[in-house]
Design a binder for this molecule. Structure first.
Ligand code: SAM
Length: 289
């Protein structure tokens, strides 16, 4: 039975170790058992699963994961938390703690060595200051992934989930939707954490596609086009792309591609779906000088 995930258990551990929260590490610990159960059930964790947890803190979610998964590897940057984790996770023999910055961990090697290269699940209450690099790092490293179920800032969850024509739609929405199907499964109030964050939070599940949702000749070029298209939101796509410094891409090439796609020359990036970005980047890539 988890001993954490409630205010009393958490405060007891914090006091026992005289723990000082590190703001720079985005430390907000969960104290709500209902939210923790919701995360575990949304991630669909079973005894078959190998789970990577990012930022275990004092081990709250780790306890819940250890109860349901076959094996859990948790990566924590803060050295001060390591002895605490040894204590709170002592009842479990299926948890390994790695004291490292997640951005420096070779996750593909972990999946290879610990899960026979079969797809892994990632579950985390993320440190909000590096949400995007963590998610993009996971996707771009081509680690075999089943799903990523994460607590993030509410606005970031919305950005991942929305489609064209909305104000939150942008490069992050497209990148996430290229690799996965996003679904917000819970919104979470600041009261569910110690200390309370100054922003609302949400749990989002990204169910990873077996292969990307669109096919392009060059994945990196697709993302260069997407990034350039949203660099200045008020500019037309033609202006953004012709001034982005993409090698071999001229204003004429962009106009010609939009014409070929029967799109207006004054269209903005936020109006294009992922399929349209894929088509546009394929035409530009094929015609580049
Ligand atoms: N999982 C715990 C919970 O839900 O109570 C703690 C979540 S807290 C929002 C984020 C955790 O990530 C903290 O423990 C923090 O020290 C850790 N962290 C921050 N940056 C990290 C990094 N680059 N690599 C690994 N862990 C990191």
């Amino acid at each position: 039975m988890p001993t954490l995930g409630n205010p009393a258990g958490t405060l007891e551990i914090l006091k026992k170790y005289n723990f000082n929260f590190q703001k720079r590490f985005g430390q907000n610990f969960l104290i709500d058992g209902n939210i923790l159960n919701k995360i575990i059930s949304s991630a669909g964790i079973t005894r078959d699963d190998f789970v990577l947890e990012i930022g275990p803190g004092i081990g709250t979610m780790t306890q819940y994961l250890a109860e349901s998964a076959r094996e859990v590897v948790s990566v924590e940057i803060d050295r001060a938390l390591i002895p605490i984790l040894a204590d709170t996770l002592s009842p479990y023999n299926n948890v390994t703690i790695i004291n490292e910055d997640i951005l420096k961990v070779d996750i593909a090697a972990l999946a290879r060595e610990r899960n026979n290269s079969r797809p892994i699940k990632v579950v985390a209450n993320l440190p909000y200051y590096i949400t995007t690099p963590i998610i993009m790092g996971l996707f771009e490293s081509h680690v075999p992934l089943k799903s990523i179920t994460i607590m993030v800032q509410k606005e970031v969850a919305q950005r991942m989930q929305v489609g064209p024509g909305t104000k939150d739609y942008g490069a992050l929405s497209l990148a996430v939707q290229y690799y996965a199907k996003p679904e917000i499964v819970a919104t979470v109030s600041p009261e569910c954490f110690i200390p309370k964050p100054n922003v609302g939070s949400a749990v989002i599940r990204l169910t990873c596609h077996d292969k990307p949702s669109v096919t392009v000749p060059d994945e990196r070029f697709l993302f260069d086009v997407i990034r350039a298209s949203f660099q200045q939101r008020r500019k037309t796509l033609t202006n953004s792309l012709s001034h982005a410094g993409l090698p071999g891409i001229t204003r004429e090439a962009v106009e010609q591609a939009l014409l070929e796609m029967e799109l207006s020359p004054s269209i903005r990036g936020e109006a294009l779906s992922l399929e349209e970005f894929a088509a546009l980047s394929s035409i530009l890539y094929t015609n580049r000088k």
